[in-house]
Design a protein around this ligand. Structure first.
Ligand code: SF4
Ligand code: SF4
Length: 456
């Protein structure tokens, strides 16, 4: 077994509690955001429309943006303004469940022996949203060049096909497929739980992706506590895959760090397209969604989310449909929403603090942190040049300087100092004795640069 060595970063004590997954009672109202990290979708329904489970309710003409399907049958109640996960302005389609939710799924599953181009189409059709910040959605990140070419040939001319031709590094072969079972951040155990409890689906999903990519090498990255587990042995034997074990340092699980540690290849920023270095990373949460949607024709779109009551060190693993509003989770846990002091979607290190409890759990969310204890409102002090942030930064940046450029609106200078290389792991802010909000300033800087690009 290989060891995943991360030179910088930080080690956190592993205090993994024994957690059983509990199912959340399905909400009557599901909320579907019409934007994700790859772009915007346009609603294909309007208020008052009846919809059936598995129906596409919003889509885009761009191949980067997976379409959106409803998991339940019901009625489109309203289309509301709602911030995206990354706190950009956005909108969402609200569906109210029908009394009789037994309508038949519209999706068609493929067999385990489907051809690569059938697998490509099925994954594209399933519209899988992923947790990590990948440059391309799953089908485009993994497919071999000849599979994309075959799909283009058989699809005829259209705006959609034309945009497929322009996928960056479309002609680059995928040599290595990395299956990521490492938990994303400290106090998060969703991926290791899925890997340990659903290894049959992991194997079935990886087999599909091996066929789709034509990759010669498959590496499965597992946390150290699962190195000798039954699931690791099963996956290793069934897939003839190499296994790599993390040395426990955060952020080993994030794509650029994992690719560098396992293959020695560096991703290019800001495009961050792993096709460029012939590698595709897929996490086990996406694999579970993929197998349910593509092989099992299961449109319930349930996801596993970890809910941390961070101030109390209490943790829950819950299964709920994509689109479940955070308020429904709060009710399920019998918490008083008025007593919450902070709500963070995506976990305490990698997430975003939200103010609207209508924001839903989607495939982009692995951890929801709820705080109902007093939280500190730090007033940050000037940088004292201690260098702690430089010592931990896994991307070898000088976070103090980049964040200062962003604080004083010197965004172009921040580009020269590597703002786009920042993977927003949050470690610089975590260690700073002056409590400087570095990752928040860097995110603000990236948004301002994006806004300036859109205007010009
Ligand atoms: S600058 Fe970015 S990559 Fe470096 S420690 Fe801070 S958040 Fe992480
Ligand atoms: S850790 Fe904080 S105080 Fe120390 S150099 Fe970095 S920004 Fe400055």
């Amino acid at each position: 077994m290989k060891t995943i060595k991360v030179a910088k970063g930080l080690s956190f004590p592993v205090r993994q509690p024994a957690l059983a997954v509990r199912k959340v009672s399905p909400p009557r109202r599901l909320v579907y955001p019409t934007g994700n990290r790859w772009g915007w979708l346009y609603p294909e329904v309007k208020e008052g429309d009846a919809v059936g489970a598995g129906q596409v309710i919003a889509s885009s003409s761009l191949p980067y943006v997976p379409s959106l399907k409803t998991a339940i049958s019901g009625t489109v109640r309203e289309i509301i303004k709602l911030p995206t996960l990354q706190l950009r302005e956005g909108q969402a389609i609200v569906i109210e469940a029908a009394e009789d939710v037994s309508s038949v799924s519209q999706s068609v599953s493929i067999g385990e022996d489907a051809s690569p181009v059938e697998v490509f189409k099925a994954i594209m059709d399933a519209g899988i949203w992923e947790v990590d910040d990948y440059a391309l959605p799953l089908h485009l990140r993994v497919a071999a060049p000849e599979v994309i070419e075959e799909y283009i040939k058989e699809s005829g001319e259209s705006e959609f096909v034309e945009s497929l031709r322009n996928i960056p590094y479309r002609d680059r072969a995928i040599e290595t497929l990395i299956v990521n079972a490492l938990d994303r951040q400290p106090q998060s155990w969703v991926r290791s739980h899925i890997f340990a409890s659903d290894s049959d689906r992991i194997v079935a999903g990886v087999r599909l992706l091996q066929r789709l990519s034509g990759a010669k090498q498959t590496i499965v990255a597992v946390p150290s506590h699962l190195a000798d587990s039954e699931s690791t042995k099963k996956v290793m034997d069934a897939l003839k895959a190499e296994v790599a074990v993390s040395n426990g340092k955060y952020p080993a699980s994030l794509e650029p760090i994992l690719i560098l540690a396992l293959t020695g290849k560096e991703m290019v920023f800001p495009s961050k397209n792993s096709r460029e270095c012939g590698v595709a990373v897929v996490d086990v949460m996406a694999l579970e969604q993929l197998v349910k949607a593509v092989l099992e024709s299961n449109e319930d779109r349930e996801v596993t989310v970890q809910v941390n009551l961070s101030g109390r060190r209490e943790y829950h693993l819950l299964k709920c449909p994509v689109g479940t509003p955070v308020l429904h989770i709060i009710d399920h846990l019998a918490l008083n929403p008025d007593s919450l002091t902070k709500v963070v979607l995506g976990g305490d290190f990698l997430g975003y603090a939200h103010y609207d409890l209508d924001v839903p759990i989607t495939g982009e969310v692995d951890v929801l942190s709820l705080w109902d204890t007093e939280i500190f409102h730090y007033k940050h002090d000037p940088c004292i040049r201690c260098g702690f942030c430089v010592r931990v930064c896994p991307m070898n940046l000088v976070p103090a300087e980049i964040s200062m450029c962003c604080e004083y609106n010197r965004f172009e200078e921040a580009v020269g100092k590597g703002i786009y290389q920042c993977i927003e792991c949050g470690l610089c802010s975590y260690v700073c004795p002056s409590h400087r909000p570095m990752v928040q300033l860097i995110r603000h800087g990236k948004q301002e640069l994006e806004r300036a690009r859109e205007v010009s």
